[in-house]
Design a protein around this ligand. Sequence first.
Ligand SMILES: C[S@@+](CC[C@H](N)C(=O)[O-])C[C@H]1O[C@@H](n2cnc3c(N)ncnc32)[C@H](O)[C@@H]1O
Length: 207
Amino acid sequence: MSTKSALAQQLAVVAGFENPRAKLEQYRTPPELAATLIHTADLQGDIEDRIVIDLGTGTGMLALGAALRGPSVVVGLDLDPEPLRTARENHRKVGSASDVAWVRADATEPPLCPGGPTTVVMNPPFGAQAGNEHADRGFLATAADIADVSYSIHNADSEGFVRSFAADEGGDVTHAFRAEFELPRQFEFHEADSAGIEAEVFRIEWR
Ligand SMILES: C[S@@+](CC[C@H](N)C(=O)[O-])C[C@H]1O[C@@H](n2cnc3c(N)ncnc32)[C@H](O)[C@@H]1O
């Protein structure tokens, strides 16, 4: 297994959104955070030889991180076809030998029925801008349906919500950690050149 920092370096070539849509909360997860999530999952035995599904894959950051760690198959799913085109180019740039299926679909009603041990990874929309708090709820519900383990990034102070949602859906939060990252200015309503985002990452085992 390569180191976490080597993985972050490999993911640094992953291009972000050309025309980001605020409504879909389109921003690229920084390579360092993606590498931390995937490396942690790999150490837990949650990537190698497993089906890995990235819900809301965007330009493919998490899917490609997983593809570099020996999964049986990777699926990157997004509602918007434009970033999926970039994800295909990013796959070539990253140079992973693993196949990735890029699927255009709604993550809350995915056309997927995985036939084997499955890990979901995701950085779903938080719903903060749209006033639609916990837009991540539908993504977690999908993880509960199709995966036996998931890793998800949420906004700060989501732990109570995530733990109670998981408990209601037959899940256990086994790991939780905080992460901070810089989001460059990309939407008109962003006032500063970059903003510090506080996030929380959860590993959930689903029964
Ligand atoms: C915060 S971005 C994360 C992108 C990418 N996973 C990454 O880590 O760089 C959220 C992504 O979710 C996608 N998305 C939003 N709502 C969706 C839905 N209902 N179904 C599928 N994808 C959705 C957006 O298009 C966007 O690509």
